[in-house]
Design a protein around this ligand. Structure first.
Ligand code: 5RP
Length: 229
């Protein structure tokens, strides 16, 4: 199923309805989330949302938020986020996710873990029975360790591919690391896999977001659906 821009917009704008004046919000990353960002910016501009402060998950989100005059803070000012809105690459029936298509999953996970509520916005093409059906797991690795971690990922039956730009140069994340997009096929036990990845010093973070989602807003041919645990 191909991704649908109109459905992305519908899901993103629906999520923004949950934001109230005075809240600290977490800003995700990606094309779906950016529709939410535009909406948040316009509600702040018209005064419908007041006293909002936001913590961005990527340099790109930060840049767009600044252009939209969304007041930004850091974790120095606040260590708890009321609501984070973010996109995802794959969502399973338990609301576990694969994220990191935009290489921002490290900070996105930090923000998700600091959030009272994580709302994921997707078009219906992102739903799968099991993670790994349509998407490889982005694994962020230390540049120094990447050949080593590539070998490790192969040893646990993954097929890692170094993410590169069109020029062939490796993608470098906001934190200065490489990404190994690792195809594990259909993932039967994402918790077991996450544990293996988390045991490696050279692996900085992976794109499995497990038990973090509060709600998924999905837009598709049959309208908007809310999936909750
Ligand atoms: C970035 C992400 C994105 O949220 C994810 O890749 C979805 O992107 P899009 O909304 O453009 O399909 O995890 O790291």
């Amino acid at each position: 199923m191909t991704q649908n821009t109109e459905f992305k917009k519908q899901a993103a704008e629906k999520a923004v309805e949950e934001i109230e004046s005075g809240m600290v919000i977490g800003l995700g990353s990606g094309s779906t989330f950016y529709f939410a960002l535009q909406k948040i910016g316009s509600l702040i501009k018209t005064g419908e949302l007041k006293d909002i402060t936001a913590i961005p998950s990527s340099i790109n989100s930060e840049k767009i938020a600044r252009e939209l005059d969304i007041p930004l803070i850091t974790f120095k000012e606040k260590q708890e986020i009321d609501i984070t809105i973010d996109g995802a690459d794959e969502v399973d029936k338990y609301l576990n996710l694969i994220k990191g298509g935009g290489a921002a999953h490290l900070r996105e996970k930090v923000i998700a873990q600091a959030s009272k509520k994580l709302i994921i916005v997707v078009d219906e093409s992102k739903l799968s029975e099991k993670l790994g059906t349509n998407w490889a797991v982005p694994v962020e690795v230390l540049q120094f360790a990447y050949p080593l971690e590539q070998k490790f990922l192969e040893s646990i039956n993954g097929k890692p591919t170094l993410r590169v730009y069109q020029t062939g140069e490796p993608v470098i994340t906001d934190e200065g690391n490489f990404i190994l997009d690792t195809n594990f096929g259909i993932i039967q036990n994402p918790f077991e896999l996450a544990e293996k990845l988390e045991n490696r010093a050279g692996i900085i973070e992976h794109g499995l977001f497990l038990r973090l989602t509060s709600k998924v807003i999905v837009a598709g041919n049959d309208g908007i659906k809310i999936l909750e645990k």
